[in-house]
Design a protein. Sequence first.
Length: 229
Amino acid sequence: MQTILVIFSADAEWQAAKDYYPNHALENGPYGEFFETGDSDRKIIHFQGGWGKIAAAASAQYGIQRWKPDLMINIGTCGGFQGRIQTGQILLVDQTLVYDIVEQMGDPDKALQFYSINLDLNWLNKPYPQPVQRGLLLSADRDILPQDIPWLIEKFSGVAADWESGAIAWVCQRNLIRCLILRGVSDLVSTDGGEVYNDLNRFQQSSHQIVSGILIHLNDWIDCVDFNR
């Protein structure tokens, strides 16, 4: 039997998952709620890992040790850089980089590289079940600061950022677990500000649309995985 752990982060993303599967009994773990779907051949654990790098890393490690998954899937949202990507675009992440590391004693680029992960997706067969843009997703323990955007574009060629993907990818690589990250652009940020900053309801609505749109294709994404590779 295949075991797949689907990890969600922000409360709005997790609420969207619960709304999509309204009739499944919830259980509680140390990091949040979880429930199970699937059939006799495939067990899928849907799990809220929590927001931010600390919760994401800790809950990913907990999930790996408890359920020993064949695949970890992170479904959620990200903020896009205006002019670099469109709202609603789904990112299939093949690289993560944690950018809010400030090293002032040694080589700052070496410190950034330590938490940069290249995700090997050779086990993911085409065609993909929905349109995606494959590429880098930046992570930090903060929403995108408008003044950081020129630097993030110039230094990393960034198009979008979130809070958790870098931590989840790092933990999965250390545990030799396949990691599939699908993040939809919920809003755009420019040097003038963010579309949903100070507008939580708008973010919640966008999160619901993005997460449910990915969950529609969840089993098809899993079908794309070659578990023997």
